[in-house]
Write a new protein. Structure first.
Length: 638
């Protein structure tokens, strides 16, 4: 695990560019405090900061081939590197180290631009090819490891984090108005709409080839979710179980202590069970909340740890601590993420560091892949009705066949009352889809279908922002894709919620404490099996994660598999109040408002974290997170 960075130029860089390069390296030091290295060529600068995990003693980078024609820096873990290494050695390649990343260097020499197709793991890699005068950037299939870039007519810069490019003053950056609107809508920054104008990402499953002569670029995709839409398959159950066992053996590799972020849920418990079956000694870190039992899973996780003989430690978080340390959380982020659970992830990484761990395992993935959240199930139902409409077999009656009353609290009762207990919302969606059909403008606007997102759009209008601005390229579909409508919902969730709110979040917040995050359950072969398993393709009824429960039944007792899902949700109301209380002065003097990025009406919203009935106010956390992110990056002295 590392931070990689560099610059490519038309002419040799002057001192000013070299100073920017060094500042980039300093900005990324938290990603790799154990070692560092640089490679300086005529028009290329490459740098790396290392967190030493595999081949601790000799895995230094940059790595250069014996002919000194190919230079590589890489970030991540290659889980099948021993297999790849053996294959390359048989082809005559000699290895200088025992590191996993070196196999990428020789794979590139052997296979050229196809070199990542057999690689299993999480990675971001940069390669200078002197022979062909090109520079290659590549990123893993699910987007676990980050890689950003920015370019001008005479330079091309890349970095493991976007704000490192910003704070290193690579050039004069500005905040994107569309990016702000999209962030407020989603609560995270999608790759299609960056928050900073001019900073792009290498897309997952993609390589970007830079021509050293003129800095022109070509993009090539080596893996795409669209290739794995559900098909009739009778072999996926055995495939999934085989691949789970194989990646389970590989995920624990390395020469350093490993931990597990253990909640009371099924996914992280599965990883704990795999570890015990493989006789791997790892330490579980359990988050507890000093609040009601409703939000605290620590006792459940502790009980499970004891039942399997697992070492564990419990870290309790108070609401007051969240308020006091909120700005520290924002400092640890790269792109902002307005997730109430973010502070919990931040503390998990911090606690791992205190325990002298260097790797922390996460259970992200199965909820998005196996329809685990209630809101995902609702999205499926909405999309199914839409698909029937587009194929001429839908009617208003189909739209009205939705649950009319599900409220369990006064707050949710009020929400449902405002939408006529589903009826008003259903009629509104029916006429929207009818209009789309008549215009032949097929789309599945996944997020904006939910009443909660409609509320955000409504509040956005009050503060002078159109949260619908920008085309939802992820959500637009061609008429030929209608048959895949339900599967496309899952693709969108993987490309947005899982990739950004999940995988990116733990990478940034754990790397802030120099901790590598590993996500066993989003291994790409497991993902392919989940996506192409006909038994995991929902039809008219969804039993949440039912297929996943069947696939892992050999690892967990039935009571753990069938326990009620709670989720990693903190006491949001109390946290909002404490964040406001401890940061009131800054919140009441918004720099976003002063600089015209938000209208003055936004200041009133920022000063009220709760609604009149004491519920967390929609858009409040998004705006507060954006405010402190903006201060950190554009007013670092404030």
């Amino acid at each position: 695990m590392c931070g990689i960075y560099g610059g490519i130029f038309i002419v040799p860089p002057i001192k000013e560019e070299i100073d920017k390069f060094r500042r980039l390296g300093f900005s990324l030091k938290h990603r790799g405090p154990d070692d560092s290295g640089e490679f300086v060529a005529e028009t290329v600068l490459m740098g790396f900061n290392r967190l030493s995990i595999v081949d601790v003693d000799s895995g230094h980078q940059p790595i250069i081939n014996s002919e000194e024609t190919v230079v590589l820096i890489g970030n991540g873990e290659i889980y099948n590197y021993k297999e790849i290494r053996s294959k390359l050695q048989k082809l005559g390649y000699t290895f200088k180290t025992n590191s996993d990343i070196e196999c990428l260097l020789h794979s590139y020499s052997e296979y050229g631009e196809e070199f990542l197709k057999e690689i299993r793991g999480m990675f971001a890699v940069a390669i200078l090819d002197k022979r062909l005068r090109k520079f290659v950037l590549g990123r893993d299939r699910l987007g676990e490891k980050p890689l950003y870039f920015t370019r001008s007519s005479d330079s091309f810069w890349f970095s493991s984090e976007s704000t490192a490019l910003l704070t290193s003053r690579i050039k004069n950056f500005s905040v994107s108005h569309i990016g702000v609107c999209r962030f407020l809508k989603y609560g995270f920054v999608t790759e299609a709409y960056p928050l900073i104008d001019g900073i792009e990402q290498v897309e997952p499953g993609t390589i970007v080839i830079v021509d050293l002569n003129d800095l022109s670029t070509v993009k090539k995709v080596f893996w795409d979710l669209e290739d794995f839409r559900t098909i009739e398959s009778t072999e996926e159950e055995e495939n999934y179980k085989t691949e789970l066992k194989e990646i389970g053996n590989s995920i624990f590799q390395g020469e350093v202590p490993i931990g597990l972020a253990l909640s009371g849920g099924m996914d992280s418990s599965l990883i704990a069970s795999i570890a015990t079956k493989l006789r791997k000694n790892i330490t579980a870190i359990i988050i507890g909340y000093n609040t009601t039992k409703k939000f605290d899973e620590s006792k459940i996780a502790e009980s499970f740890s004891k039942s399997i003989g697992f070492e564990y430690t419990i870290r309790n978080i108070s609401s007051q601590e969240v308020g006091i340390r909120f700005t520290e959380l924002i400092q640890a982020m790269d792109d902002p993420i307005a997730d109430p659970s973010a502070f919990s992830y931040f503390v998990l990484g911090e606690e791992a560091g205190k325990l002298n761990l260097k790797v922390l395992l996460s259970g992200h993935g199965p909820d998005e892949l196996f329809w685990g959240y209630a809101w995902i199930s609702n999205l499926y139902g909405s999309t199914e009705r839409r698909m029937r409409m587009y194929s001429d077999s839908g009617s208003l009656g189909d739209y009205l066949k939705v649950p009319k009353f599900t409220a369990k609290t006064v707050g949710t009762f009020i929400d449902e009352l405002q939408t006529g207990f589903g009826v008003i919302e259903a009629i509104r969606q029916y006429f929207e889809d009818l209009q789309s059909k008549n215009d032949k403008n097929y789309s599945i606007p996944v997020y904006s279908r939910a009443p909660g997102f409609r509320k955000k759009v409504h509040i956005g209008k009050k503060i002078g922002l159109d949260l619908k601005i920008g085309k939802d390229s992820l959500e637009a579909i061609d008429s030929s894709e209608i048959v895949y409508g339900q599967e496309i919902v899952r693709e969108i969730l993987i490309k947005t919620y899982l990739r950004v709110n999940g995988l990116s979040q733990i990478d940034r917040l754990w790397m802030a404490s120099s901790i590598e995050g590993r996500n066993l359950l989003v291994d790409y072969k497991l993902v392919e099996s989940a996506l192409t398993d006909v038994k995991n393709a929902p039809r008219s009824v969804i039993v949440r994660k039912q297929r996943f429960k069947e696939l892992i039944s050999d690892y967990l007792p039935s009571e753990k598999i069938n326990q009620k899902k709670q989720g990693f949700t903190p006491p949001v109301r109390e946290w909002y109040l404490e964040i406001y209380h401890h940061n009131k002065t800054a919140i009441s003097n918004s720099m976003l408002v002063k600089d015209g990025l938000l209208s003055p009406k936004a200041q009133k919203l920022m000063n009220k974290p709760l609604t009149l009935i004491g519920r967390p106010k929609p858009l409040w956390l998004e705006i507060i997170t954006l405010e402190f992110w903006y201060r950190k990056n554009f007013y670092p002295e404030s």
